[in-house]
Design a protein. Structure first.
Length: 222
């Protein structure tokens, strides 16, 4: 297991009293990854240095009111296209392949949930999954950093952990979550576990973290 991913998942979730109380424990978990621990220091300081209402207000203002900060990965690349629905289905199958079931009250591409998946799979598998998603992660990291968000450090750290160098991402399409939420459930408040054991693990389809391109426009991935 790669526990630093699970720590990042907790840090990116909606703030709660339980999260604030657990900060010293999360800090200790990161002792095994000193470089990551140092990178995440700004967010630890932010969470420890404000009362819960302020933390909640900052979180909502950061992630719910600014579309380019969205933690729903596919929102930045698929918009309302059919590719987005298929990408969701493929990602759900990836969870189930590893004996996990995505929370019904959140979309499967929600980054804290995705990080929980990375935290329970073998490191080599986590590298592949993160390498596929890193282009979106780095894009959001840049937007957060540009707005001086304390959350930027988490996505920066993720991008640096990836074995794949991030490529530039085009501006995301217009945000519209309604249709996907009707299919996969309403938004989560971040206070409950995001994953549970799957009753019937199955196979997996290739994940689609990139918009499909025409044959003429496509270029080989490194």
């Amino acid at each position: 297991m790669t526990d630093h991913f699970r720590v990042m998942s907790a840090l990116l979730s909606y703030p709660s009293a339980e999260l604030v109380d657990a900060l010293p424990e999360l800090d200790v978990v990161l002792d095994a990854q000193p470089a990551v621990k140092a990178q995440l220091r700004p967010l630890f300081a932010h969470l420890a240095g404000h009362d819960l209402i302020e933390l909640e207000e900052t979180y909502v203002a950061t992630f719910d009111r600014v579309p380019v900060h969205s933690l729903h990965l596919f929102e930045h690349i698929h918009g309302e296209s059919r590719d987005r629905g298929q990408a969701m289905v493929d990602l759900i199958e990836e969870y189930r392949k590893h004996g996990l079931e995505p929370a019904v009250d959140e979309l499967p591409d929600y980054l804290p949930q995705f990080l929980e998946l990375l935290g329970v799979v073998e490191p080599a598998v986590a590298d592949v999954l993160l390498g596929d998603a890193v282009h979106v992660v780095a894009y959001v990291a840049g937007k957060l950093a540009g707005n001086d968000s304390p959350y930027a450090c988490v996505l920066d750290a993720l991008a640096q952990l990836s074995p794949v160098a991030p490529l530039p991402l085009a501006e995301p399409p217009i945000r519209d979550m309604d249709e996907m939420l009707e299919t996969f459930g309403p938004g989560a408040d971040g206070t409950e576990p995001l994953l549970k054991p799957a009753a019937d693990p199955s196979g997996v389809s290739p994940l689609n973290f990139h918009p499909r391109r025409t044959a003429a426009a496509a270029t080989p991935r490194p």
